[in-house]
Design a protein around this ligand. Structure first.
Ligand code: ZN
Length: 304
């Protein structure tokens, strides 16, 4: 079973709802570190011979087009993380439409083909912001990866595994964040703070169990978690704790998962799960070379 490896490409200062501590008009003057984090993640992908999905902020793409072009040329999937990292709870359909159109146009121009996947800042597509799924489909996207089916940072009522969703503009796939059950709660486990909290042995066991049920998981990381010495955003204690807790544990833990399990771009994992979307999802995939999906299997990761 292939699993999805994803990266939310943002700077260390793109912290959601932190306008008070990191005003937008100061972003331009802050030091950029995104390239060194992305480089470290690319090295990891090369070491374990797989390709990943990079959900890129339009704001970052505008300032680092060569990095995005190079990722695309290298066979990685370029997907969209919106333009300026505004959570959907703070947006209306009209402002979301503008934010998405701006990021989509930038990414299409730079990468050479339109992004097919979208992930909202801070998993902010929920039942309350479900209108966003219509907008995403209308903008030509084939999948969303913004649901977090957990009370912690997400919404408990959302579905747990990849599924299809009917929207006003057609059917798209949803790949929710991976969760595990503990003390009758569903908790995120393969992204950000949660990935750093759970011991590696627990994560390995969970992925093996999920694999036994023939389901894929999704790992989500950020460039600033792979920066050996990231600048610290001036956040209040609680938020700072969650943001930076055991941050140095991310690279070795993720590397251990890469050495034990097979990963691929989210596009390829969904293409294998949902035949009706397969041809369209594979439109941007490499057509030859070691990362090209095979005709009858979703193989785009490392050889078994
Ligand atoms: Zn983000």
């Amino acid at each position: 079973m292939l699993n999805a490896f994803t990266v939310d490409v943002e700077e260390w200062f793109h912290v959601c709802r932190a306008e008070r501590y990191l005003p937008r008009d100061r972003w331009e003057s802050l030091p950029s570190r995104v390239e060194r984090g992305v480089d470290a993640i690319r090295t990891l992908c090369d070491r374990y011979s797989f390709r990943a999905t990079f959900f890129v902020l339009g704001w970052v793409a505008e300032r680092h087009p060569a990095m995005i072009r190079s990722l695309a040329a290298d066979g990685h999937e370029i997907a969209c993380h919106g333009h300026d990292h505004t959570v959907l709870f703070d947006q209306r359909p009209s402002s979301f439409r503008e934010d998405l159109a701006r990021a989509t146009s930038l990414l299409t121009g730079i990468a050479g083909s339109p992004p097919q996947g979208y992930r909202a800042p801070e998993w902010s597509v929920t039942r309350e912001t479900a209108w966003a799924l219509d907008e995403i489909a209308r903008a030509g996207y084939l999948y969303d990866a913004s649901h977090l089916p957990s009370r912690i940072c997400g919404r408990p009522g959302l579905r747990r595994w990849p599924h299809l969703i009917s929207t006003d503009a057609g059917t798209i796939a949803e790949f929710p964040a991976t969760t595990l059950s503990l003390l009758r709660q569903r908790l995120p486990c393969l992204s950000g703070f949660s990935l750093r909290c759970f011991p590696l042995s627990v994560l390995r066991r969970h992925i093996e169990k999920v694999r036994g049920a023939e389901r894929p998981v999704s790992v989500a990381v950020h460039p600033w978690e792979f920066d050996p010495d990231p600048p610290r955003a001036p956040l209040p204690w609680g938020r700072g704790f969650a943001h930076y807790f055991r941050i140095r544990s991310t690279p070795p833990k993720v590397e251990a998962l890469c050495s034990a399990f097979r990963f691929a771009p989210m596009r390829d994992v969904l293409a294998a799960l949902f035949p009706p979307l397969r041809d369209r999802l594979r439109r941007n995939a490499p057509t030859s070379g070691r990362y090209a999906p095979a005709d009858d299997t979703p193989l785009a990761g490392r050889p078994s």
